[in-house]
Design a protein around this ligand. Structure first.
Ligand code: PLP
Length: 470
């Protein structure tokens, strides 16, 4: 035995190298424990909201779980169940109303376990044809709902931020391709036009891409319209490679006037990207569908199933009108990958800024297959109705003021005379009392708060009860 082998033997202490992977009494018990916990969590009717805990307190309660010898599955799981999980806010709780919540269906959550258990690789047709086929069925169904052509296609990526970035990279690549083909010089700086109320991920994507954002003021109602975009296009000319329309702003749930923006494509050359991370799901509801006229002209769209399409974290559906534009921009080339890229088979890795990927569209596929699109329409419609009902209730109460009429399922309102600190103290109290998670927000320098509703089990009485505490 040489010195290196001797040191390796000492370090591994003669441990069985297959212990963690073999099917044994130990691994069987471990799988049972984890499945039992998952079953209890998925079927619980009373999971508390919970709340964050300081690092000092977690240090005291959890300490260190990781050492050279493990503590065993039972102790590690108990630590998660009794210390770590209660220090995480329950994002699918019906009274979690902050940011954009999540509300995965039971089928989608349960199937997420299957995706993990199956060790599916979702990057290539060669390795994951069945999964890719199913994910593509979902993307085609969504594309149909959005009025995009049957040839549209794309990929599920981690989240809306990566979806927006990947779409804008494809847009700029397309603009470069068009200029190269015409023998025209590229502009000194590339620009992307969007509403001043667009999501922060557009600015983030622009920083990553080293392009400039041209923020355009929306109307007083928060909607970006074609006439304002026209002025920006006239001012910035061919340096604009993309216009982003927001289909459901994060703060207010407002849908830009996509139709009037899309109409400008007849006069100007730009890529129309629709950021529908939160709101595009509402196109499934007959109550909101009309608001999205023009989406059918988009060159790319995103919608996040982990927001209002009831899938677990994390998933964003990125769909290109012409998927070839996405493939040209994103396919990675390497000798070891030639076997994947030199075929005409559909490999999801080729359509965004990623390579290895989880087949994260499968939980949505399973849930859609289980319940059908009609169940989704009903669930989304119920939240839009509830938003309208609670907005009327807010208007009817003395001392409360609706900031804007809700278009989708975000309701923004003020308590007369309250400062930022008042909202902060109230919000902390609601969470301390385990009543609700509603955070302060602001608009045009005025503090306010908002209900973002995506969970079909949220009720009018729960929301009215929260108003009572103001
Ligand atoms: C309109 C919009 N776009 C993009 C994003 C970013 O999505 P993600 O958080 O999944 O990266 C969000 C997130 O709330 C959003 O509301």
């Amino acid at each position: 035995m040489n010195a290196q082998d001797a040191s390796a033997a000492r370090a591994t202490n003669g441990a069985d190298p297959t212990r963690m992977h073999a099917v044994s009494a130990e691994t069987t018990d471990l799988v049972d424990l984890v499945l039992d916990y998952s079953r209890r969590r998925m079927l619980a009717r009373d999971t508390p909201l919970d709340k964050p805990v300081s690092e000092f307190e977690l240090d005291r309660l959890a300490g260190r779980a990781i050492g050279e010898a493990g503590i065993g599955a039972a102790r590690a799981l108990a630590l998660f169940e009794h210390v770590l999980a209660p220090a995480c806010i329950t994002t699918d709780h019906p009274q979690y109303l902050s940011f954009i919540p999540t509300a995965p269906t039971k089928a989608a959550t349960a199937f997420d376990l299957v995706v993990s258990a199956s060790a599916v690789y979702g990057g290539s047709w060669l390795e994951g044809a069945g999964a890719v086929y199913a994910e593509n069925e979902v993307l085609a169904w969504l594309a149909g709902e959005f009025g995009l052509p049957a040839t549209a296609g794309g990929v599920f990526v981690q989240g809306g931020t990566l979806g927006n970035l990947s779409a804008l990279v494809a847009a700029r690549e397309h603009a470069r391709f068009v200029l190269r083909t015409a023998g025209t010089d590229a502009p000194g700086r590339w620009k992307v036009v969007c509403s001043a109320e667009a999501h922060s991920s557009i600015a983030s994507a622009s920083r990553v891409m080293d392009v400039d954002v041209v923020p355009v003021a929306p109307g007083d109602d928060g909607m970006l319209r074609g006439d304002a975009v026209r002025a920006a296009l006239e001012e910035h000319g061919a340096s604009v490679f993309a216009v982003v329309a927001t289909a459901g702003s994060t703060n207010f749930g407002i849908v830009d006037d996509v139709d009037s923006i899309a109409a400008l494509k007849e006069e100007f050359d730009f890529w129309l990207h629709v950021d529908g991370a939160y709101g595009l799901a509402a196109m499934l509801s007959p109550l909101a569908r009309d608001r999205f006229a023009g989406v059918e002209h988009a060159d790319s769209v995103i919608v996040d199933p982990h927001k209002w399409l009831f899938a677990p974290f994390d998933a964003c559906a990125l769909i290109y009108r012409d998927p070839e534009t996405g493939r040209r921009a994103h396919t990675q080339h390497a000798e070891y990958l030639d076997t994947l890229t030199e075929t005409s088979e559909w490999s999801p890795s080729d359509y965004a800024a990623h390579l290895t990927r989880r087949a994260r569209g499968l939980p949505l596929w399973f849930s859609l297959a289980t319940y059908g699109g009609g169940a989704y329409r009903a669930a989304i419609t119920s939240s839009i109705r509830l938003a309208q009902d609670i907005a009327r209730e807010i208007e009817s109460r003395d001392g409360l003021r609706l900031v804007r009429d809700p278009q989708l399922s975000v309701v923004v309102f003020e308590r007369e005379g309250w400062s930022r600190e008042d909202y902060g103290a109230w919000s902390a109290r609601l969470l301390d009392d385990q009543r609700a998670f509603v955070t302060p927000s602001s608009h045009a320098g005025r503090p306010n708060t908002r209900f973002a509703i995506v969970n079909p089990t949220t009720t009018f009485d729960q929301l009215a009860g929260i108003l009572d505490t103001m």
